[in-house]
Design a protein around this ligand. Sequence first.
Ligand SMILES: Cc1cc2nc3c(=O)[nH]c(=O)nc-3n(C[C@H](O)[C@H](O)[C@H](O)COP(=O)(O)OP(=O)(O)OC[C@H]3O[C@@H](n4cnc5c(N)ncnc54)[C@H](O)[C@@H]3O)c2cc1C
Length: 591
Amino acid sequence: MKTIHTPVLIVGGAGCGLSLAIFLARLGVESWLVERYPTTSPAPKAHFLNQRTMEILREEGLADEIYSLSTPAENMSRVGWYTSLGGTGELDRKTIYVMDAFGGGSLQEAYERDSPVRSANYAQLHLEPLLLKHARTLPAAKLNYHHALQSFTQNDDGVVATILNRDDDTTYEVHARYMIAADGGRTVGPALGIEMDGMERLFDMVTCHFAADVSAYIDDDSPMIRWFINPEKGGSWGSGVMVALGPKHYDRHSEEWLLHFAFQPDDPEQFDAESVVPRLQDLLRLPDLEPRVIRMNNWKVQGVLAREYRRGRIFLAGDAAHRHPPTTGLGLNSAIQDAHNLAWKLAAVLQGKAGEALLETYETERRPVAARNVNWALLTFQNHLVIDAGIGLIPGAPVEVNRQAFRLLFSDTPEGVTRRQRLSEVANTQRMEFQAHDVEIGFHYDSAAIVPDGTPAPVQSPMGDEYIPVTRPGHRLPHAWVYQGANKVSTLDLVGRGRFTLLTGGADTWRDAAAQATQATGTSIAVVSIGPGGDYTDPSGTWAALRGTSATGAVLVRPDGHVGWRAANGEDTGSLAATLAQILQPITQDH
Ligand SMILES: Cc1cc2nc3c(=O)[nH]c(=O)nc-3n(C[C@H](O)[C@H](O)[C@H](O)COP(=O)(O)OP(=O)(O)OC[C@H]3O[C@@H](n4cnc5c(N)ncnc54)[C@H](O)[C@@H]3O)c2cc1C
């Protein structure tokens, strides 16, 4: 039997697996990726890429292409709730509520202050081919589509996997030092018996990807997401959610759309493609609309988290490790961010620069973030029922009762004013989903690969919307614009790219300390000075206000852009070598 030897076997060639192959290749690590289907998935799934993910993709040089192909900022600045798109009834075509979202409108200033990039809206069914195209330019990423993992064993030295080449029905063996299950939880986790905690089946959903011209029925191009709630369908989850999918226009003229419908798990209609078009026409109140259904996707809304992220030499990442409701759009984003956390650690260990224990910190760092994300997505999913209550809808009530609630809501009476004010206060709680700025970029790590400085984490914003930038160890390095002559760069551009970076006010003693640390550990540290006479200037003083150290201090940033350590002032130069060694050879409990 043919045998392939590779440092890393990646199972799954979707968002997580492809990102990991790209990140590893950039770090000089070869991987062998197997994906059981011949292409990336054409199924309509995720579309929202938050600022942290876009920062990571920007580092890969992919952000500009994504922005040029995806939703313009002005078409993703709000979300809206409506009764219907069409119809001439007294309650048709009404706007229930509209909210700023994703860094648009009133949020723009804060989002632009805190990141060099905006969030993006680019369907996963387009993003994955783009990632694949990029991965194909990287020779270290060995991509094998239509190859399926069949079975595997592991020992102290590595993993031996049997792969079926589905093109010619032959099998071969892959011998890998590590195997990463980026398989959406379909194969490896269940085979290892790794338990998933949480709720496996909250709702069944059908997502319909269709082409239709609905431009005549839309008069506001700013919302990225449109919810349809009408009295006949009960509340939010009895209705539907619509998103423009482009690919040429992302405003009212969008050629394609997604519509998500919720079904009770025992409703057989969800598997009936024939029932979807009438349901869509009914929901939108467009009985004459003749959509061309491109694809349907039946999926379960879950909220589950793997009890373990690692078993021996096998790691779970992305949906294999956590699956959440789509609300807040954290699934694909977390999958890419898992890969980003794991890639530099695998590279450091495989290249002999770090001890095996560094890999333990993948679970210690990413699992708590996923636990919060799962709960957050569940909370924001459930909160749509709060909006229904804000409208005055009563679950299970006769249609006429709910119609009356809508009539009163829209009425030109003092009660209507009060009801609209109530709705506005209640619906504003959904900023947990659409303005989740702190959830998206404010998460932090606490592990043996972070050297704490004893300061407490800032108090988390209860609604997940207010991000506080800090250089406290464990947090993502805050963004500030700094200058080299007329050239403006983000502090995030100075770090990453597989290196440790020391940001300092400019003292030569830090350069000497970095050289010694490099000599002691074999890992180089790039030293970048920001301040008067430094490599970069900070004319607005933004970085000086954020850096959390004196001008002579320093911030050590790990290759993933998270702060590993900081020194209040120049007296701490002597600690740098030991600190770097501590991050690379962390003392953790054996797994
Ligand atoms: C309707 C919908 C809307 C969503 N909206 C958002 C959103 O806006 N933002 C967001 O961040 N997330 C969203 N999500 C979630 C997001 O789609 C997932 O979190 C994401 O796809 C996870 O990526 P992954 O690579 O980890 O897993 P998957 O996409 O599940 O990919 C796993 C891959 O592994 C392959 N595989 C499995 N077993 C084997 C095997 N034995 N051998 C070889 N290959 C194998 C599969 O074929 C598959 O291609 C949404 C999901 C849905 C369904």
